[in-house]
Every structure is written in C-alpha cells, then in structure tokens.
Design a protein around this ligand. Sequence first.
Ligand SMILES: Nc1ncnc2c1ncn2[C@@H]1O[C@H](COP(=O)(O)OP(=O)(O)OP(=O)(O)O)[C@@H](O)[C@H]1O
Ligand SMILES: [Mg+2]
Length: 274
Amino acid sequence: MNIMSQEKLEEAVSGGMTAKPNEVIKMQGRKVGVFYGDKQALFDVDLDVRQNQVTALIGPSGCGKSTFLRCLNRMNDTIDSARVTGKITLDGEDVYDPKIDVVELRARVGMVFQKPNPFPKSIYENVAYGPKIHGLAKNKAELDQIVESSLKKAALWNEAKDRLNEPGTGLSGGQQQRLCIARAIAVSPEVILMDEPCSALDPIATAKVEELIDELKQNYTIVIVTHSMQQAARVSQRTAMFHLGYLVEEGATDKMFTNPDDKRTQDYITGRFG
Ligand SMILES: Nc1ncnc2c1ncn2[C@@H]1O[C@H](COP(=O)(O)OP(=O)(O)OP(=O)(O)O)[C@@H](O)[C@H]1O
Ligand SMILES: [Mg+2]
C-alpha cells in the first residue's frame, strides 16, 4: 500500500483526526490457542500487528513463536494434528472464515523460513513461479518486470542479473535467503512473516538481510521471529515476548529492551534463561 492510499484509509477510519500511519492494525490475534493433538502449545494470545512496522517475536525455545507465526497465514493447517482456536484477522477480516481462499491468504501474508529453501529451478523461475500461478502477469514482458523489481526490492538484482537462468541453489546462503524474500515479494504480499530468517547466515549476510527488512517495512508489514536480542532491537519497532505458550508482554521495542514490565522478559533479554 502506498503512502497516499494509506493516508486516505486513515482519514476514512479517523475522520481525518488521529491515527498515525503506523498505528493502523494490520493483523490482530484474540484469544489465540493452538493444540497439537491433546497438547496445548499456545494459550489465549492477544496480539496486534501494526501496519508498516516490524514486530519481533522473542522467547525461549519451544515457547510458541513459530506456532503463533504460522497461525497468521494458516500454515498450521498443513500440520494434521494442529487445531487453532480464537480469532485472527487481516484488515478486520477473519482469516479462519471458511469463505477465505487459503492460497490467496498466503499470497497476502507471505512467509520466509529459517533455512533458505529455493525451488530446484533457475533464479528467474523461483521469483516468477508465484506471479505465474496467481496470474499476475499478462505476458512475458510483465513477468520479466515483476522478477526484476522483486529482485531489486530484495537487494539481490545486482548479484543475480547476469545469472538469472542459473539454479537458485547455486547462490550463497545469504543470497538464497534474499532470493526467498524476492519470491515472497513477487506476489505483492501485504504482510511478510519471517521465522529466524538469519539463523543460517553469516554476520555479513545477516547485516544485509537486516538492512533489507528495515527498507521493506515502508511497503510491507513484517513479523519476525528471532533468537538474537540484538537483531530484535535493531530491526523491530514492537516486540512480543512469549514464554511457555503465553504472551508475556508486548510493547515498543525500546521499552521492552530497557524497561520491561515483566520479570520474565527482563531475565530473558539479559540472558538469564533461554
Ligand atoms: N508439528 C508439531 N507437532 C507437535 N508439537 C509441536 C509441533 N510444532 C511445535 N510443537 C510444540 O509446540 C510447542 C511450541 O513450539 P514452537 O515451534 O512454536 O516453538 P518456538 O518458540 O518456535 O521454538 P524455537 O525457538 O525452538 O523455534 C513446543 O512444545 C513444540 O514441541
Ligand atoms: Mg520456532
């Protein structure tokens, strides 16, 4: 969404009075619970995801970060034993409504995984695949344009432009992760979910991806799971702390890292557990 239409939206919402751009709630979870079979992994999570901001999900291993992230684009549907309760909305619309087309939802709410997972196809085809299946390009020229602009937005164009027909798996790990980000961007998502996107990358590639995340928030809403407190502090505006399946607290990243309300957050960010 560009600045103009966002302003118009706010005007419509607030009668031209109040809401700042980044206070628009893009996604909202209310009383979200997740069960794997009989075992409950997530309890009563209430969390707002603000538009054009980066929200970081932190907390010790097994606390439910990935489980919550997967609720947002219904990736938990792909796990047979998983059952989701409560409500999740995108622009106020219930994403678990039976009328929702899940394929379309996952185009609007894209995902980048921990391990770069390019398809065993060329760099070009990796990016072109989504737009092709969603019918976003009328012809080859338009498809070329989408591929180029997606690779540019993912800060990979300069490195990839002379090798578009080479396999995506031939790129370095950091380049592959940016290719996966380009692939997510190519279908014009509104929200991008990233589950530890840098954990397989070296510090230089990590810095590149972090820089990219910072730029991407101008056009997208981002939710990122990370085990790096430095990363959460560097890239996010909001931070949500999870523990044993509960959302402990959520707030402005500055505050969460300097003066959290909950002792568990304090202990976690200072490395006392997790
Ligand atoms: N497919 C699954 N089937 C059964 N249990 C699962 C499944 N995925 C996750 N769980 C359980 O749900 C809980 C939350 O797991 P989740 O993967 O969401 O944690 P996490 O915070 O992402 O952890 P990590 O930081 O290690 O990635 C854990 O107890 C985990 O064992
Ligand atoms: Mg996880």
